[in-house]
Design a protein around this ligand. Structure first.
Ligand code: NAI
Length: 416
């Protein structure tokens, strides 16, 4: 018996279908992006009464109008990293969970950066351009191995720490700087400060998120603190580096070169012209935000999002959900081996809401084996785990009573 129906748009990778099938979801595909009216019509046209999931990539916008027009919509899978195309606030208000794939391209980005360290160190792009022009620049001037050099990683998260492992395999020394204390992998060492890292590194690679604290974190002052002839790589977010200052530092010869994959302004499509302050400089590699653009990353994204959405539909778990409180409680040990169910309640986080829910529970004839609550701003997520026994009807009545409260946004029972 299928549990839900997923409508997948924009050629989401087929790895998602297998994962959804394993979790008992039906899948329908439309292999293109849809506009608002088309999306509403397509979702309304999905037959049956099952909960709905919509899977999109970056082209389809899931607006407030879409969310409000389709009551059966329980979850949105963004099979990509960004979620700007989704009205997250409207989804939260309607109790629609949004999941994305922040980790699937980790390895792809780390591999690209490793390759760029070698390319920069050997001036491969300038020599390749010369060779295309018929010039034979066969000399060792300025070319170095990366073995034995120091790589400074700013942001030792998923990508930064993966890069750390690859760089050590190349024989590099790795130092890193992070605002959070991180376990060093291999022989990597944490630096006391960003300045400390800049002064020690032959290559500096950025792997931080775009926040108010990371904007322009590498400007003229920081570039001046880099070692003479050191190289900079940014495959994180475009606003982290002041590109004007970087152009000046490279033109003056202080910084040896740079590889950039991300920019403060990026073209919205392939037909739009790309403009960047570093165009035309030798030993600057410019790539069009392709750090995570590999077949493997796409397949991983299909699995990562489908698993997260399925875990939400199966047991209400919201780990990694971008717009609802994160709650990942497994069923309590006391229910192991028993027929049991979980009541999920998304409610408006207003004074008195819990006492009203608890009142409904007290009035019911059910025994509670486990309970967990997480809140995020104006919304709360509550799990109530119940041994079913002969009390299936009582559990359904309790679910209906809680669903009827005017503070409840979405309430359902799932088998455990
Ligand atoms: P992550 O969240 O796992 O790691 C980020 C790390 O940066 C965390 O350890 C965090 O504590 C640290 N951090 C935050 N603020 C900091 C600061 N002010 N100074 C030093 N450290 C700071 O993120 P992940 O997955 O490693 O991604 C890193 C970046 O790469 C993100 O900006 C992400 O958007 C970008 N990215 C780029 C892709 C591309 O195609 N070029 C593809 C995938 C991710």
């Amino acid at each position: 018996m299928p549990r839900a129906h997923a409508l997948l748009l924009e050629k989401v990778h087929p790895s998602a279908d297998d994962e959804f099938a394993r979790h008992g979801l039906l899948v329908t595909r439309i292999d293109k992006g849809l506009d608002e009216d088309e999306l509403i019509a397509a979702l309304r046209a999905v037959p049956g009464e099952l909960p709905l999931v919509v899977g999109i990539r970056s082209k389809t916008r899931v607006t407030k109008a879409v969310i409000e027009a389709v009551d059966r919509l329980h979850a949105i899978g963004a099979f990509c990293i960004g979620t700007d195309q989704i009205d997250l606030a409207a989804a939260r208000a309607a109790g629609v969970a949004v999941f994305n794939a922040p980790f699937s391209s980790t390895r792809s980005v780390a591999e690209l950066v490793m390759a760029e360290l070698v390319m920069l160190s050997r001036q491969v792009f300038a020599r390749s351009r010369a060779a295309h022009d018929g010039k034979w620049a066969k000399n060792a001037q300025g070319s170095r191995e990366i073995r034995g050099k120091t790589l400074g990683i700013i942001g030792y998260g998923h990508i930064g720490s993966q890069l750390s492992v690859l760089a050590e395999a190349f024989g590099m020394h790795v130092v890193y700087h992070d605002v959070v204390a991180k376990l060093p992998l291999g022989n990597a060492r944490a630096c006391a400060s960003l300045d400390d890292l800049l002064g020690k590194s032959d290559f500096v690679s950025l792997h931080v998120p775009d926040t108010e604290f990371t904007r322009d974190m590498i400007g003229a002052a920081e570039l001046a603190k880099m070692r003479p002839d050191a190289h900079l790589v940014n495959a994180s977010r475009g606003r982290v580096v002041d590109l004007g200052a970087l152009r000046d530092a490279i033109s003056s010869g202080h910084v040896g070169g740079a590889a950039l994959d991300v920019y403060p302004e990026e073209p919205a499509s392939e037909s739009e012209r790309f403009v960047c302050a570093l165009q035309g400089l030798d030993n600057v590699i410019l790539t069009p935000h392709i750090g995570g653009s590999t077949q493997e990353a796409q397949a991983n994204i299909g699995i990562e999002v489908a698993v997260a959405v399925s875990r939400y539909l199966d047991g209400g778990r919201t780990l990694g959900c971008v717009n609802l409180p994160n709650l990942d409680m497994p069923p309590p040990a006391s229910l192991r081996g028993q027929t049991a169910c979980r009541l999920l309640n998304l409610h408006r986080n207003v004074p008195g809401v819990l006492s009203r829910i608890n009142h409904a529970i007290a009035q019911s004839n059910v025994n509670i084996a486990g309970q967990a609550l997480a809140t995020l701003e104006d919304i709360g997520l509550l799990f109530v785990d119940l041994p079913l026994g002969a009390d299936e009807l009582a559990a359904k009545d309790l679910c209906a009573a809680i669903a009827a409260l005017d503070t409840s946004v979405r309430t359902r029972l799932v088998a455990l």
